[in-house]
Design a protein. Structure first.
Length: 322
């Protein structure tokens, strides 16, 4: 039996969505300790999975590895299509766990494209590998244009910067009981529409923001600067997405972000990926009161929901074999 545990990830935004530049996408994100995925696998004659959301990933892995089957148990997992990267973590955890059960050596980065992962952002793969704050290098624009290559015919974007984040930092997550964030064909169609008309000037501002703001803040542990820059990155990405998601942020994320941004202990707030998850960066000392503010913001937005307090995860997936 092989057990894989890994946290979630925040996707703060892309560096470029315009065809006018040489590299497309280029994700920026952070690995989180919570919510986490805990998945165990052992050999089997067919696929036996106790989690219906995980089953398609397990079936694909079994087919990819050409093994008879697997018995998979999921003790806990992040919510699906909430902007927390659960799809990539499920795919890669299933890959590593099933491969481990059969004593097969696998490289998650190398195998990810065959599992349909890493087609735009490399953040999910990178945080699975080593956690931390990650910036990836995106894809060559001439290969991706308005539509990516056929599934599997890409390589996962390279990591161009990675940093541990201070253990005292806390990300307070507000996850509204809203509809799921975009994924699959719907996400592909939305991204194609965004890329076709993206303003290249936004990418130029983001380049300066990343190199002169985010990277130095991560390197020095400057929470105030990091929060300010990551919030700005989210707003700039939202300008690209506004027509697709109904505003700079997907409703009700905007109202929640505005409320949390006014809290004196919040360094910065934003929307992860297509949402609906909103995050706010604070310190461990103030995490409880920011979590209370997140609950109030969820209530004011007329949405139920869940609040999670997480530290950064500065390590990749944990693999244990029995």
């Amino acid at each position: 039996m092989t057990r894989v545990t890994v946290g979630s990830r925040l996707h703060a935004g892309f560096q470029n969505l315009s065809l006018a530049h040489e590299r497309l996408y280029g994700g920026v994100g952070v690995a989180l300790a919570e919510p986490r995925l805990d998945l165990r696998a052992e050999r089997g004659d067919a696929v036996d999975c106790d989690d219906e959301a995980a089953r398609p990933y397990v079936e694909r892995v079994v087919d990819h590895l050409d093994v008879p089957g697997a018995t998979v148990r999921v003790a806990e997992r992040p919510p699906r299509h909430a902007g927390l990267g659960s799809g990539t973590q499920l795919a890669l955890a299933a890959l590593v766990a099933v491969a481990g059960a059969y004593d097969i050596e696998v490289d998650p980065r190398e195998r990810a494209p065959a599992l349909g992962r890493g087609g735009r952002s490399g953040i999910g793969v990178a945080t699975f590998e080593s956690g931390g704050f990650v910036v990836d290098g995106g894809h060559p624009t001439e290969r991706f244009t308005t539509a990516p290559p056929a599934e599997g015919e890409w390589t996962v974007p390279p990591v161009v910067a990675r940093r541990d984040l201070p253990e005292s930092w806390r990300f307070v997550l507000a996850v509204p009981d809203a509809g799921p964030g975009r994924s699959g064909d719907e996400e592909d169609e939305s991204m194609r529409s965004v890329v076709e008309r993206a303003d290249p000037g936004i990418a130029e501002e983001i380049a300066l923001l990343v190199t002169q703001g985010l990277l130095p803040a991560a390197a020095t542990g400057d929470r105030a600067a990091f929060g300010r820059c990551v919030a700005r990155l989210g707003r700039l990405n939202g300008a690209w997405y506004a027509d697709e998601q109904g505003g700079v942020y997907r409703p009700p994320a905007g109202a929640i972000i505005d409320a949390l941004s006014e809290h004196p202990a919040v360094a910065g707030a934003g929307q992860s990926s297509w949402g609906p998850t909103v995050y706010a960066l604070t310190d461990a000392e103030y995490a409880a009161e920011v979590a209370d503010a997140a609950r109030a913001a969820l209530a004011d937005a007329a949405e139920g929901g869940r609040v999670v307090v997480s530290r950064p995860r500065n390590e990749g997936a944990t693999v244990e074999a029995d």
